[in-house]
Design a protein around this ligand. Structure first.
Ligand code: MN
Length: 230
């Protein structure tokens, strides 16, 4: 096989046990905490819906490090969304919620960075969200921890501070669609594969960040994720 050019390297996320998790796809769940749905102008009583980011939007941040993302083009309203990320170890389709946990390899802390002004314009026009959600470096993520070490994460605080000030606060138990239900819905629409990441939605308190701001996310049992906007 002779490639026309060298293929891009596989996107990987470091794991807590010193390995690398190769990323296949990045799925995201929209409006999955009631108070966040309300702050975006919705009731929080709708079926789950999804969007994707390209795998190379992932910015993996090693344990104890501060990741850096560039302030993206075109926007004047870059928002943070702190999220539990589920890492799929075993794929499948039409997975039942009751069987979903065995498809989970582990968990991480992620940021679904959003060009909110562009997303809002697309919503208004009924157009796809890609330009608001799926841009480069829009998916920072910390080290992944194996479910075999953490147990199944069903509750626990999820928070985000910006420059030390608390901005977002919720609990994993407040997810409208649980991780297992999300896997059921996703796997009805796509064939889940090893290496898929699922950003499971953000609690209330989303807001803008500026160049120089440092975001610090935390989820009980998963440590912290620190990212600076360059
Ligand atoms: Mn989100």
């Amino acid at each position: 096989m002779t490639y026309v050019f060298n293929p891009a390297p596989t996107v990987v996320v470091p794991t807590h046990d010193g390995r690398e998790f190769p990323v296949h796809r990045v799925y995201c769940v929209g409006r999955n905490y009631v108070e966040h749905a309300q702050e975006m102008g919705f009731s929080g009583r709708e079926p789950p819906f999804f969007f994707l980011k390209p795998a190379d939007a992932v910015v993996a941040v090693a344990e104890g490090q501060t990741g850096v993302i560039e302030y993206p083009s075109l926007t004047k309203n870059l928002h943070h969304e702190i999220e539990l990320v589920v890492a799929i170890g075993t794929g499948g389709r039409n997975i039942k919620a009751a069987d979903a946990a065995k498809h989970i390899w582990g968990y991480g802390i992620g940021l679904d960075m959003t060009r909110r002004d562009l997303q809002g314009e697309m919503k208004k026009q009924g157009r796809p969200w890609c330009i608001g959600k799926a841009f480069e470096q829009s998916a920072p993520i910390g080290v992944l921890r194996a479910k075999s070490a953490t147990g199944e994460l069903l509750k626990g605080a999820i928070t985000l501070k910006v420059n030390g000030e608390l901005r977002q606060k919720g609990d994993l138990s407040q997810l409208i669609w649980s991780v297992n239900e999300t896997i059921e819905h996703l796997s009805n629409a796509w064939t889940l594969q090893s290496g898929d990441l699922i950003y499971t939605g953000t609690p209330a308190g989303v807001a803008a960040v500026a160049s120089g701001d440092v975001m610090e996310g935390a989820i009980d049992g998963l440590g912290t994720l620190k990212v600076r906007v360059g």
